[in-house]
Ligand binder design. Structure first.
Ligand SMILES: Cc1cc2nc3c(=O)[nH]c(=O)nc-3n(C[C@H](O)[C@H](O)[C@H](O)COP(=O)(O)OP(=O)(O)OC[C@H]3O[C@@H](n4cnc5c(N)ncnc54)[C@H](O)[C@@H]3O)c2cc1C
Length: 434
């Protein structure tokens, strides 16, 4: 008898957990991703600021499943779904010819999200983000290049614009980025240049609402803002970005008068939009879709009319038992719990058992600001400073995939803590350049 065929799309936080929980089940499992590695996105900003190297936060998907003969990893991009015929359509990536289709009995889709520029796609050329490894490396080069250019720039105004760094969006990623750039300028690079003093750099964190870390309790937002100030970063709240170009950012501080900030280095850490796979699934099933492109799934994470298709993670909203559509935070624990849940339901169905609806268990919220400074909201327990930072450190090491990566990152962080150094301060060029 042939085995039940499960196909998981996406080897990110949600998809990987689903695949891990199914690897010992009596199923034929296929994991499809357009990348050959799992990326630990919560630490990409550390690659962008030279604290970690790319290989330390990514792990090859094949290596994770090398001992499980029933698991097949396919490097390909999913381009469409045939839900009636129960097939995925694939597109080749990286010059690896993909099979045209893959059949399934159960499909689990966890395609994630990407940054959105609020309808201004043209800003993306100047305001880089740190979601992928490639973009994190591009940001690293831009930041380091800015210091190099400032060193050689005779014009004081231009030099100042090279030494002005603007981070847009004060969620955890924006706060972490601003804190890290400030540490780089104030600490790591302070003796490296001759014509400039990197400590004179301005690091601005721009946020549209009235506080940083809006998903945290106000008291922790205030702590984070004070810590950022202590590192030399300036927070501009109630400030909406209305323009970004190669020479700076224009903001509106609520008075309708545009304010220009000359800056050569802008980092985008604002809104996100669901993977286009979510929109496609919504079109095919008639499921609701929200403004950020997330598809609404049933309380058991399946698509309406298709109990054999699960969608989860950043690309979904979940319908609660009273039919309201609930938006869970776009964070790794939500995707991981949903991935494990989809695997549990799949296994239970194979045994003919029923399962309860998905329930998210909120274990808390963490954000780091800089060296030995973080904030944590763990089930009402509010921590800040060193304790929160150690908690952040332990949690991130725990969830990082691969023993070797955990060890390497621990060594790197310990070394940086003692020496104030950052070993990966390399300006690398994109493939097209000589
Ligand atoms: C910079 C940054 C920092 C973050 N920091 C934190 C943090 O500190 N704590 C926290 O909890 N969360 C954090 N998050 C959020 C967290 O990373 C996401 O919530 C989580 O990754 C969502 O998991 P997912 O499985 O839905 O998607 P992802 O982890 O993004 O995985 C999606 C996968 O699908 C693949 N894929 C997408 N489309 C296709 C396709 N068409 N065909 C084939 N494969 C495809 C992708 O290659 C990827 O591997 C951060 C996110 C970012 C961007």
């Amino acid at each position: 008898m042939s085995l039940h065929r499960v196909v998981v799309v996406g080897g990110g936080f949600g998809g990987l957990q689903a695949a891990l929980r199914l690897r010992r089940a009596p199923v034929e499992l296929t994991l499809v991703d357009r990348r050959n590695f799992h990326l630990f996105q919560p630490l990409t900003y550390q690659v962008a600021t030279g604290a970690l190297s790319p290989g330390e936060i990514a792990y090859p998907l094949r290596a994770i499943f090398k001992r499980h003969r029933n698991v097949r990893v396919v490097l390909a991009e999913v381009s469409d779904f045939d839900l009636q015929g129960r097939e995925l359509r694939l597109k080749s990536v990286a010059n690896v010819t993909a099979p045209g289709t893959i059949p399934y009995d159960t499909l689990i889709v966890a395609g994630g999200s990407h940054y959105s520029y609020f309808g201004h796609a043209e800003w993306s050329e100047y305001a880089a983000e740190v979601k992928s490894l490639e973009s994190a490396l591009a940001v690293r080069s831009r930041i380091l290049t800015a210091f190099e250019s400032a060193e050689l720039e005779p014009d004081p105004a231009l030099r100042a614009s090279w030494l002005t760094f603007v981070v847009i969006g004060a969620g955890p990623t924006g706060v972490e980025m601003a804190g890290q750039i400030a540490e780089l300028a104030r600490d790591t690079l302070r003796r490296d240049f001759r014509a400039i003093d990197p400590r004179s750099g301005r690091i601005l964190l721009v946020e549209a609402v009235d506080r940083v870390l809006p998903s945290f309790p106000p008291s922790l937002s205030a702590r984070a803002e004070r810590s950022l100030g202590g590192l030399g970063a300036t927070v501009l709240t109630d400030s909406t970005v209305v323009g970004v170009d190669g020479e700076g950012v224009t903001i509106d501080r609520g008075d309708g008068v545009p304010e220009r900030i000359p800056s050569r280095t802008v980092v985008w850490a604002a809104g996100v939009e669901a993977s286009s796979l979510a929109s496609r699934l919504a079109e095919l099933t008639g499921a609701e879709r929200d403004r950020a492109g997330r598809v609404t799934v049933e309380p058991d994470l399946t698509l309406p009319g298709h109990p054999e298709v699960f969608a989860l993670g950043d690309m979904v909203r979940v319908r609660s038992s009273d039919r309201a559509s609930v938006l869970l935070p776009g964070i790794a624990p939500v995707a991981m719990q949903q991935g494990r849940y989809a695997a549990m339901v799949t296994r239970a169905r194979l045994r003919g058992r029923s399962t309860p609806p998905f329930r998210y268990r909120d274990k808390g919220n963490l954000a780091t600001i800089g060296r030995a400074t973080a904030v944590a909201d763990i089930r009402g327990l509010r921590l800040s400073g060193f304790i929160a930072w150690v908690t952040w450190l332990v949690v991130h090491l725990w969830y990082l995939i691969g023993f070797q990566n955990r060890l390497l990152v621990l060594i790197r962080w310990s070394f940086s803590f003692v020496t104030h150094g950052r070993g990966a301060r390399l300006i690398t060029r994109s493939g097209a350049e000589p």
